[in-house]
Design a protein around this ligand. Structure first.
Ligand code: ATP
Ligand code: MG
Length: 374
């Protein structure tokens, strides 16, 4: 068990996937898959989690399941190598989450920085008119979703979770649950996961095209993997840069400037030979921008070419895949069946460890019979 590499990650079907997902997590998944450096890989569509803050809009979640599946396949995830499944189709995940709830305090959940900022972003307002983050308007389901994430990860005994930086507190929470569970019910039952962050720091939390801290489906500041070349052009050209860089000759800032952050995330030295031979590498181009004399449009044109290099094959593959939608549902169905078997076996381990396996426990039945016979 120890040496096996079991990879698991998921995405919420709240919209199509964007380049933040790509650099934060999808690119790592595809690289691992292609390198064959793993024993099992699970990739899932977190519809049950998406419902925790979209419970009034189930149709949005339902429509986006197929969008996310198409994005997975378009970036190159291969269903013959990766088990792709839909979270809600694995009831064992809910069962695990229920038992894990006993192992987490309300205070611990309230300390989770990602949950805190997401609550604020989603504007769950307290029904009692108070202004505290954890007001009574907050649904319990959303508040406890880190526990449900722990169930997702541990059900597959995953030890590697490729994800963006915002997921760090979730993995920490999962590790705590695993340790507590194992110490109470039996060492070795659950496996501790580790987050796999992108190695490039620009990719940890890719900002939105509006310059906001995170590109996010919920903020409408995304470049989607499925955007057409024309949409990409429009988005790149209207991207947030440096508000103090008014004239080409002005010195510019590259920090907090989306164009340079995206270049950090996507470009290689070879791109300069191909598209902008004036510079040998990004550092040289940044230096010129800082000095003054390099216009935003020129930088944006380079970025557009580089993004297109990644996105064009993804777009083309998607167009092909869209021609046979029933086949995509079939992939998800098969994947969900296979995933369910794995999760069911973990639930069995968990129930054995917790001794809630009454009917299989002959010793218990015999012991009770003897007790009552006295
Ligand atoms: P929502 O707004 O509905 O939460 P989201 O855009 O944040 O959607 P998720 O489905 O929550 O997307 O995230 C899926 C995965 O993608 C996670 O591993 C997350 O860390 C990663 N991710 C999402 N946005 C970014 C980003 N801007 N930069 C890096 N990684 C990201
Ligand atoms: Mg999110």
């Amino acid at each position: 068990m120890e040496n096996k590499k079991i990879i698991l990650t998921g995405d919420r079907p709240t919209g199509r996937l964007h380049i933040g997902h790509y650099v934060g997590s999808l690119r790592n998944r595809v690289n691992i898959q292609n390198a064959g450096d793993y024993d099992k890989m699970f990739v899932f569509i977190a519809d049950a989690q998406a419902l925790t803050d979209n419970f009034e809009n189930p149709e949005k979640v339902r429509q986006n399941v197929i969008e996310v599946a198409l994005d997975y396949l378009s970036v190159g995830l291969d269903p013959s190598k990766v088990t792709m499944f839909i979270q809600s189709q694995i009831p064992e995940l809910t069962e695990l989450a229920f038992y894990y709830m006993n192992l987490v305090t309300v205070a611990r959940l309230q300390r989770n920085p990602t949950v805190k900022s997401e609550i604020k972003m989603r504007g769950f307002t307290p029904e009692d008119g108070g202004d505290q983050v954890f007001g009574s308007g907050l649904p319990v389901g959303f508040f406890t979703y880190p526990i449900s994430q722990a169930a997702d990860i541990t059900a597959f005994k995953a030890n590697v979770v490729p994800a963006g930086e915002d997921q760090k507190p979730m993995i920490e929470q999962t590790v705590e649950i695993v340790r507590k569970f194992n110490s109470i019910y039996g060492e070795g039952t659950l496996v501790e996961p580790e987050i796999m962050l992108p190695s490039n720091s620009a990719c940890l939390r890719l900002p939105g095209t509006d310059g906001k801290a995170k590109m996010s489906k919920s903020l409408g500041n995304c470049i989607y993997l499925s955007d057409s070349a024309a949409d990409l052009h429009k988005k790149v050209m209207s991207m947030y840069t440096d508000p103090t860089h008014l004239n080409v000759a002005d010195p510019g800032h590259v920090e907090g400037n989306c164009v340079f952050t995206y270049l950090d995330a996507f470009c290689h030295d070879e791109h300069f030979g191909l598209y902008m031979p004036d510079y040998a590498c990004l550092d040289e181009m940044k230096e010129h921008y800082r000095r003054g004399g390099l216009g935003d449009v020129k930088c944006k044109k380079l970025l557009e070419k580089i993004l297109n290099e990644t996105l064009e094959p993804v777009r083309n593959r998607r167009t092909e895949l869209e021609k046979d939608i029933p086949a995509i549902y079939e992939i998800l169905k098969k994947g969900s069946e296979a995933a369910r078997e794995v999760a069911a076996s973990t639930v069995e381990d968990v129930k054995n460890a917790m001794k809630i396996n009454y009917f299989k426990d002959a010793e218990l039945i015999r012991g009770q019979a003897e007790k009552f016979a006295k």
